[in-house]
Design a protein around this ligand. Structure first.
Ligand code: SF4
Length: 620
């Protein structure tokens, strides 16, 4: 960047990419973010940042940012004033309120601040009277935290990030933290190399974590995790390795009874693991003095998150490895404020529609007005055709975003919103730290903060608008028990970590297993290295490391198909086909292929169907 460090205005804030919640310092000049730097005194991570946090900030000052409101006239989006655009949205919401609030729905990104998410919820629940709200994390992270609610009574991890360094055995489930939450990958590296933490990985593919010393990776069939965890529990019960406290917990008898069908001899083939491996892993976990399970999860893993959270928490309860240092289950949300969205319960409660229900409602005509904030369902939700049909069917679509996304291009009204660098507020990390986000630059063009936009609409719908962030935060602290005692101005510089009082119980989980389709390969989707959602597509660092989508397949499969690296392949499922470049690697098991979901060109969600595994065929 072309400026002396001393000439920059420095603003401490929080990274807006993933749920790790790293703090960073933005270097600002002439209303532009020119750099981000780390300060080793900042945050739990001693200032470490990954490529996204360090080199992915360019989206803030991108030329492609939306700068004015847009209103559709004669089928075309045209520039409009805020009065005209907000007036249209207000009229539509007011009309719906008077005739049928349940015909209005909202989808919001968990990238907003807690205060904005709270206002969004108030706007829908109180301002409009609709409970049809959800966030993208509702696809996966919310499913995990919903599992935590039933097992623990609260939608948050029964563990903290510091437990990574104090545990004896870390069991990482389903993904590679180096890709989803890179700074946690560094933390794991430190734990393994300096503290001698034994690393066990269960995943449908190998990753960089698998290369660490002491790491043993168990590759299982996609979407068999719940079955596998039940099998581990069965071994522990049968071998008398359960903790004496377990049998006194509610739900224990039913849980043990339901494990009958999960003996390793019965389920090993479905999991794609040997009986010996399942038994060894169960013994290692149960016999470790302290053991921590880590579930880094993202939007791209639909289907069975709730059961997965419950199955892992059951294992921790069974062995007494919960509520102690170095123990528990650490649930890592994909987005920067996934945990805040869970804490604030940004999802339907009594009879409202969740994200899938909202899209179904749009398609059927039950939902007539959809307000999408910071989400791009066309690209990031499964089954693109179905999503596009739903968005095309809805009568009135409002999209509030930083960029003209594929979803925004279908809107009747587009509202330009602010990035994290233009706003004050708080994010809550997956480690339950409530941290201050600080405004570094003035808003770009005519963009307005989500807080400001929601507050305007809220007041025009007859509710008292909020005066400021402190007032909203105080209200949050009064309704979210774990935030009680926290104040906006009193938050700790390094984040105020809240604790939760859990009420523990076993919840029996349905064992899953995926039937394969003859001759087909299992497609799993997820994060590409250094990407997170669709925001990272506007960051130079992430795009330098990974500029386009691809399909990754095992070298043995590639040989059978006669496929070479970078060759364009047709990947076909029951709902469509897409052309992607081949990436041949050793980390995929045979019969399983992987594709990142972020990219709009050749979008993999054109062919996913919303199930944990989509079966595909591959041809040249
Ligand atoms: Fe940002 Fe996550 Fe990277 Fe930390 S690990 S710098 S929060 S993207």
């Amino acid at each position: 960047f072309k400026a002396r460090w001393w000439s920059l205005n420095k603003v401490k804030t929080v990274c807006s990419y993933c749920g790790t919640g790293c703090q960073l310092t933005l270097g600002v000049k002439d209303n532009k973010v020119l750099t981000t730097v780390y300060d080793e005194n900042q945050g739990f991570h001693n200032g470490q940042l990954c490529t996204r946090g360090r080199f992915g900030y360019q989206f803030v000052n991108s030329d492609k940012r939306l700068k004015t409101p847009l209103v559709k006239k004669n089928g075309k989006l045209e520039e409009a004033s805020w009065d005209e655009a907000l007036g249209l949205v207000h009229q539509r919401l007011a009309d719906a309120k008077s005739v049928g609030a349940s015909s209005v729905a909202g989808l919001v990104t968990p990238r907003l601040t807690n205060e904005e998410l709270y206002l969004f919820k108030q706007l829908f629940n109180k301002g409009i009277g609709s409970d049809n709200i959800d966030h993208s994390a509702g696809y996966a992270h919310d499913a995990l935290t919903a599992g935590a609610v039933e097992s623990l009574g609260y939608p948050a991890s029964p563990a903290s990030i510091s437990d990574i360094q104090t545990t004896n055995l870390l069991l990482v489930v389903k993904t590679d933290a180096y890709e989803t939450h890179p700074v946690l990958g560094f933390e794991i590296n430190l734990g393994v190399k300096r503290k001698g933490v034994n690393l066990r990985i269960v995943s449908d593919k190998k990753g960089k974590l698998s290369k660490l010393p002491n790491a043993i990776t168990y590759v299982h069939k996609p979407a068999s995790e719940v079955l596998l965890f039940n099998a581990l529990a069965k071994v522990i019960v049968d071998e008398g390795l359960a903790d004496s406290s377990a049998s006194s917990l509610p739900g224990y008898d039913d849980f043990v009874k339901n494990l009958g069908a999960c003996a390793p001899a019965i389920v090993a083939a479905q999991c794609g693991m040997s009986i010996e491996d399942i038994t060894t892993l169960a013994r290692d976990y149960a016999k470790a003095e302290k053991a921590l399970i880590m579930l880094p999860i993202g939007l791209a893993y639909p289907g069975h998150g709730k059961a997965l959270a419950q199955a892992t928490i059951n294992l921790a309860l069974l062995t007494g490895k919960i509520g102690k240092e170095g123990c528990g289950v650490l649930i890592m949300g994909e987005k920067n404020n996934s945990q805040g969205a869970a804490d604030l319960r940004i999802h339907p409660v009594a009879g409202g529609r969740d994200a899938m229900g909202i899209l179904d409602g749009c398609a059927s005509g039950a939902i007539k007005t959809l307000y999408v904030v910071g989400e791009n369902p066309v690209i990031s939700y499964p089954n693109r055709k179905k999503v596009e049909a739903a968005l095309d069917a809805v009568e009135f679509l409002v999209v509030q975003d930083l960029f003209m996304t594929e979803t925004a291009s279908k809107a009747d009204v587009v509202l330009p919103a602010c990035s994290f660098a233009e706003k004050n507020g708080t994010f809550t990390s997956a480690g339950k730290a409530v941290q201050r986000v600080r405004k570094a630059i003035d808003t770009i063009g005519m963009a307005r903060s989500d807080f400001d936009i929601f507050n305007s609409l809220y007041s025009t719908l007859g509710c008292d608008s909020f005066k400021g962030l402190s007032e909203v935060f105080a209200e949050i602290a009064s309704v979210v028990p774990s935030y009680s005692g926290l104040t906006f101005d009193g938050l700790d510089e390094n984040g105020s970590v809240y604790s939760v009082a859990n009420r523990l119980r076993f919840v029996s989980t349905v064992a899953d297993g995926q039937e394969s389709a003859a001759g087909a390969m299992a497609l799993v989707t997820g994060n590409a290295l250094n990407h997170c959602g669709t925001l990272s597509l506007h960051g130079e660092g992430p795009m330098y490391v990974c500029p386009e989508g691809y399909v990754e397949l095992n070298s043995g499969d590639a040989k059978k198909l006669g496929v070479e690296n970078d060759q364009t392949l047709t990947v076909k499922s029951s709902v469509g086909e897409v052309k992607l470049k081949a990436k041949v690697s050793m980390r995929m098991p045979e019969g399983v292929v992987f594709a990142p979901y972020h990219f709009s060109d050749m979008s993999i969600n054109s062919i996913t169907n919303g199930a944990p595994v989509t079966w595909v065929t591959i041809s040249k």
